[in-house]
Design a protein around this ligand. Structure first.
Ligand SMILES: [Fe+2]
Length: 335
């Protein structure tokens, strides 16, 4: 497979932009013929690839599914995973719609306050920036790769997607913090399930969960199943369980020892030196590795513009830690 590689991505110390001759159809066909090339490029780039000029996907969404299958054995069918049907593409159930427009109607995140960081750039560091997460970490086994395609991105300088690299952050973690997190497990909750830090601070008791909805333990430090690298794997306000967590066997709740440690680790993971901010252009495709990156959405003017992004999620290689596990999110009767 022939492409040129520009790495790292601008302003970051990881990621790569791949440049091809030809459009999305030719790129996907070449990726299928040489099925190891793009996964290898993803690993080499420490988990983030950008391919631009993929505009043909908007007219032929199956191209996105074909490309997703190159990255793993199972591309999620959102009709099978209790996803709100309004957020699923009408004819391609492997595509999740991320949009502020009907029928999805998901509002963009709030602007951080203040709107810029002290260095004059878009804020990335937690807790100034909130919303950092890795996709579906509230499931076991968690997914591997997400593909995110800009059908209609937000206006320039808004609606960016931010990434922080857990491999680089783990390497640079102070020894005392490494010792604290190496054997620790986080307790991850589905956003909107009522177990967020905000809900815990408000004292709103969450409803009882069926077994398949329960918060899931995940190691805070994972061994990447492809590269063998150690990487941080953690979320924050909305995607951890703040009633029983955020960590297993640590003082729980928003004021406990677990909260103090989470704030310290997330602030480290999202330091500018480990981050990349992607400014979207129509036809951009980002491919990221959820096993070693966290990401966050940013504000755009949802009152005056409509943004539409398509996402697919690839499963199948979570690593030996999860060997033989049944999918936590599928009710036992339906397995
Ligand atoms: Fe996400």
């Amino acid at each position: 497979m022939s492409f040129t590689r520009e790495a790292p991505l601008p302003g970051a110390s990881f990621g790569a932009a791949l440049r091809f001759d030809g459009g999305a159809g030719e790129i996907v066909a070449a990726a299928e013929r040489d099925a190891k090339a793009l996964p290898a490029a993803l690993a080499e780039a420490k988990g983030l690839l950008l391919i631009q000029g993929m505009g043909a996907i908007a007219d032929d969404p199956d191209l996105l599914i074909h490309l997703s299958r190159v990255f793993g054995p199972e591309v999620e069918d959102y009709h099978h995973t209790l996803t709100d049907p309004k957020s699923v593409h009408v004819s391609v159930p492997e595509i999740l719609l991320v949009s502020n427009m009907p029928p999805v109607g998901k509002a963009p995140p709030k602007r951080p306050e203040p709107p810029l960081a002290a260095d004059g750039l878009i804020p990335v560091q937690y807790p100034h920036r909130k919303g950092w997460h890795t996709d579906q970490s509230y499931r076991r086994p968690p997914p591997d790769i997400s593909l995110f395609y800009a059908v209609t991105p937000a206006a320039r300088d808004t609606g960016q997607t931010l990434f922080a690299n857990g491999i680089l952050a783990y390497e640079a973690l102070p020894a005392a913090l490494k010792a604290k997190v190496d054997k620790l497990e986080g307790l991850h909750a589905q956003p909107g399930s009522g177990r967020s830090r905000a809900a815990a601070l408000a004292g709103t008791m969450p409803r009882a969960f069926a077994a398949h909805e329960r918060s899931q333990r995940q190691p805070v430090v994972r061994t990447h199943p492809v590269t063998g690298e150690r990487t941080l794997y953690l979320c924050e306000w909305g995607q951890m369980d703040w009633f029983e967590g955020p960590f297993v066997d640590m003082e729980p709740g928003p004021h406990g020892a677990g909260a103090v440690l989470l704030d310290e680790v997330m602030a480290h993971l999202t330091e500018r030196r480990f981050c990349y901010a992607h400014e979207w252009t129509q036809g951009d495709l980002l491919i990221w590795d959820n096993r070693c990156l966290v990401h966050a959405a940013t504000w755009f003017d949802g009152d005056s513009e409509g943004r539409l992004m398509w996402r697919t999620t690839v499963h199948g290689n979570p690593g030996a830690y999860y060997a033989g596990e049944k999918k936590s999110w599928i009710p036992v009767a339906a397995r």
